[in-house]
Structures are given as C-alpha cells and as structure tokens.
Design a protein around this ligand. Structure first.
Ligand code: CA
Ligand code: CA
Length: 273
C-alpha cells in the first residue's frame, strides 16, 4: 500500500504531486486519492475524505492551477456531515466514467455534538461531463447492512462478471461483501500485469486505452483504504465499445508496450516484454 502521511492545511499542488508519485493515494487527516477522471495521463481530480464529520472535497487540476469544485460538482451536498475512512475510485457501472465508493464511520468512538459515529457506506455515481454527483446509499442497497464504524476496504471482481465488487471492514462487526449488481453495465476490460524487468505486479505502470469512444487512462496500484490492499488488475469500463483498439503500457522499467485489438469482457494478462 502506498499512502503517505502529510500534515498542515490544503496544498493542492503538493497533493497532486504526491498522488502522481505514489500512483494515486495520499493520506492526511482524511484520505486523498488522485485519479484521472476525464482522460489525461496524470491525476486531474483529487477526492479527499475526512475521518471527522465534514464534507468530501473534490479538487480539479487544470494543469497549472487548482480549483476546488466540491460545491459545483454536487459532492458537498452529498457528503456534508459524513465521515469517511477509505475511498476507492472505480467505474462500477462500466460506463467509462469512474465512480467513488467511501467506507463511512467517524474516527471517534463517542459522538461529538452534531455527529453520528456509526454510518452507512456510500457510492457516488460520476455524472460525466454534465450534472451533479449524487450519493446512491439507499438506491445502491447499502442500507441492507447496519450502520457501523466502517474502516478498511478493498476492491476486485469477486465473481468475474466484470463489475467491481467491494469488501469493507467495520469495528466490532463482520466484514461486509458488496456484490456489484449494477444494471445495464457496459463492456469492460481488466488488464493483469506481469512485470519481468519491472516489479512482478507492475505496480506503478500507467496504461492508456483507446477504443471507439475515445482514450482512457489508469494505473496499476493496490492502494485504496486504510490498512487495505486491492486485487491487482487494472479495470477499464468501456461503455458501448466491445474491444480496445490500442493499449499502451508504460512499465516502471521505462518499457513502453503497445497491444492491438484486444476483445472486451475478459481479464487480459499483459507480460512485460
Ligand atoms: Ca461509472
Ligand atoms: Ca463482480
């Protein structure tokens, strides 16, 4: 897991720098994950959660300056007064737009005035280029488990149906396994990396995938929530596209490997050459 503690107030440039260096995960009083939400080969947005009852925070990287877009994106209203402990950014419905899952529960055992320590988890659907982020807590069925002080979480396609599933731990409660049953899910492709010159799992590799609908970017990391590590393959939601035209893998060793015409809806193993 690659998280780095940092203190002090908001330094968005430093957040992005650390997220980029670490393959997408920085930790402070809450947790920050940098991800490519809209198709550039560096974290273009950062989502920060807090372990106390605050809002989540979304920051946009325009290349040379930074803009907090929490309110404009709708995330402020969706997360106000809710604590979070772990965060994962995956395209859960395979529509080509990465969504957010947050394990919830206050860091404190005893409620402070105006706070609730035990909470339901939340998933936030990426609205794409227009619209507001929305919390899908009940709509996603996450109220089927009792409120708890949720902590670590990990992601992986547990049943091989192409929809990323979630495991969440909670203090004093059994672990929760959330099987993803998103209806009308799009095509997908998981890329499992085998490093030869690079590290065995290809951690740190950056991948550009081109398909009919355009380019997408992702990177290999197992880093997600507190004390957690996810299954090691790189997930792409492809929407209506049934194949990847080109996959460009930038391995940590410096090797750039290009693959052509890879059919969707399977786990594709890429061995470093
Ligand atoms: Ca999505
Ligand atoms: Ca699944």
């Amino acid at each position: 897991m690659a998280c780095r503690d940092r203190g002090g107030g908001p330094d968005h440039a430093e957040w992005f720098k650390q997220a980029d260096e670490l393959g997408g995960c920085v930790e402070s009083a809450g947790q920050i994950i940098g991800e490519e939400f809209d198709g550039r080969h560096a974290p273009d947005r950062l989502c920060r959660i807090s372990r106390f009852a605050e809002r989540n925070e979304l920051v946009s990287n325009a290349g040379r300056d930074f803009r907090e877009i929490t309110s404009d994106s709708g995330l402020r209203a969706a997360t106000l007064n809710k604590a979070g402990f772990g965060i994962g950014i995956f395209d859960f419905d395979n529509d080509r737009w990465k969504d957010i899952f947050v394990s919830r529960g206050d860091v404190l055992a005893h409620a402070m005035p105006g706070t609730v320590t035990e909470q339901l988890n939340s998933v936030f659907r990426n609205p794409g280029r227009a619209g507001k982020w929305r919390a899908l807590t009940e709509e996603a069925g996450l109220d089927a488990a009792p409120v708890a002080r949720h902590r670590g979480l990990a992601f992986g396609d547990l049943d091989g149906d192409g929809r990323v599933d979630v495991v969440v731990t909670a203090i004093g409660r059994p672990a929760e396994i959330w099987m993803n049953r998103s209806p009308e899910s799009g095509h997908w492709l998981d890329i499992a990396l085998e490093g030869t010159k690079s590290n065995r799992d290809g951690i740190g590799a950056r991948i550009k995938l081109d398909s009919r609908s355009g380019a997408q970017y992702n990177h290999m990391t197992s880093a997600v929530g507190y004390a957690s590590s996810s299954l090691g393959s790189v997930h792409f939601g492809l929407g209506p596209d049934d194949k990847a035209d080109t996959i460009e893998i930038h391995w940590p060793s410096g090797t750039v490997q290009v693959l052509k015409d890879i059919p969707a809806d399977k786990v594709f193993t890429a061995r470093e050459r």
